[in-house]
Design a protein around this ligand. Structure first.
Ligand SMILES: [Zn+2]
Length: 408
């Protein structure tokens, strides 16, 4: 890219810049003010080129599918699934939850065992390029640095990045627990963490030839811990926003945009959304601190909550993300179409579309999709109803999208 630090606009909104990785963070408010000044200045000199352009003429610009990146043994089957099932349904965005499922060269110790090779990934890239799909690879940032009683690869190899090193991983994980341990987080103010993260993010985006990156950043329960020597006493919303800005700005230097889950930007108590789907630890105030070109993935699995309107009114592009309740996904799809239909010209492009999530391994999803109720497929069904599955929801959602496109 042409510039060391870039800005871009969406709907005439000014975005930000600043936070260099080596910069010592002392005052978030001062830095955010500087951000805005830098953004206004740079606006006249730079523009990020987002390669993938969605059609605003279709029912939704984004028609997305989100799934774990496949294991090498499922790769060929997955590539065929893209051609046979995603392409005919008009999917145009593949959000691949991979974390460390790649043979990284910069930090090979972070790679999962049995991770995808460069040649493996190029097979996915080839089919997506051929069909004009946008691939958005993901690594969980901030939260989700452990799962159950297992520490994730980042903190396993860099334990010094742990936000809560005093909280030990249990031998047997149960929820709830006295430590309020859901997942570990890394410390966003550790001076060395971004050197590692940005190296693997860049490598992953390069191999996928991606112009966007999904940073997760959902369900961050450990943040600004009172025992962290760097974070203690700092406003959690500012910590969260600082990390979003830092990642966003790094990506922008390479012409890439940032996507995140939206739950930390929603208030959980007054809304009744709770502390998974929204935040109890005041991070929701970060919604007014982060750049408007961050794309929000607004996930609601049981009810068609209307929070996409809130994100769009705050100036963000937002996609609604169902999971495994088909009827809810259909209502969410209708809602998104209705919002777009009756929105002002300013608001309409922010209602960006739909992304079906799956939250299971690729092979299990394909098993279920084709009616093979393997153990891993059965395990993905809703506990209240075995017919509520990610593949049934996927089919229902894309059937509804096809109907809406016919009516258009
Ligand atoms: Zn910290």
């Amino acid at each position: 890219m042409k510039h060391a630090c870039l800005t871009k606009t969406y709907d005439n909104e000014v975005l930000s810049c600043a936070f260099q990785p080596a910069q010592k963070i002392t005052s978030f408010r001062l830095k955010m003010a500087l951000c805005l000044v830098s953004a206004i200045t740079l606006l006249f000199f730079s523009q990020v080129d987002i390669k993938a352009q969605y059609s605003d003429d279709s029912v939704f610009p984004v028609k997305g599918f989100c799934i774990n990146s496949p294991s090498p043994s499922e790769l060929d089957r997955f590539v065929k699934f893209i051609s046979d099932e995603l392409v005919p349904r008009g999917v145009n965005t593949l959000l691949l939850l991979g974390d460390y499922n790649y043979q990284f060269k910069t930090y090979p110790q972070l790679s999962d065992s049995g991770a995808l090779s460069r040649d493996d990934i190029k097979k996915i890239v080839a089919v997506c390029k051929k069909n004009k799909f946008r691939i958005i690879p993901q690594i969980n940032l901030l939260g989700h640095q452990s799962w159950s009683n297992k520490t994730g690869n980042l903190l396993k190899h860099f334990p010094e990045f742990d936000e809560t090193p005093h909280i030990k991983m249990p031998e047997k994980y149960v929820w709830p627990n006295d430590d309020f341990l859901y997942c570990k987080s890394y410390c966003p103010l550790h001076p060395d963490v971004h050197k590692v993260l940005f190296a693997v993010i860049d490598e992953l985006c390069d191999v996928y030839e991606a112009d966007a990156f999904h940073a997760g950043m959902d369900e961050v329960f450990y943040l600004g811990d009172d025992k962290c020597p760097r974070c203690q006493g700092i406003d959690k919303a500012e910590l969260f926003a600082g990390e979003v800005i830092r990642v966003r700005n790094h990506l922008a230097t390479r012409g890439r945009e940032l996507w995140i889950w939206g739950d930390r930007l929603l208030e959980g108590k007054i809304t009744g959304l709770g502390f998974w789907e929204a935040a109890y630890n005041y991070t929701w105030r970060a919604i007014d601190m982060i750049p408007k070109d961050v794309v929000i993935c607004d996930w609601h699995y049981e009810r068609p909550d209307q929070t996409a309107v809130y994100f769009a009114m705050k100036g963000f592009r937002v996609v609604t993300c169902p999971w495994r309740t088909p009827a809810t996904a259909v209502i969410q799809t209708e809602d998104m179409a209705r919002w777009r239909k009756y929105a002002t010209p300013e608001m309409r492009p922010r209602y960006y579309g739909m992304v079906q999530t799956t939250w299971m391994d690729t092979g299990g999803f394909m098993d279920g999709f084709y009616g093979n109720l393997s153990a891993r497929a059965v395990g993905a069904a809703h506990p209240k109803n075995p017919d509520f599955t990610p593949w049934a929801t996927f089919k229902a959602m894309f059937t509804k999208i096809a109907e809406l496109e016919k009516m258009k």
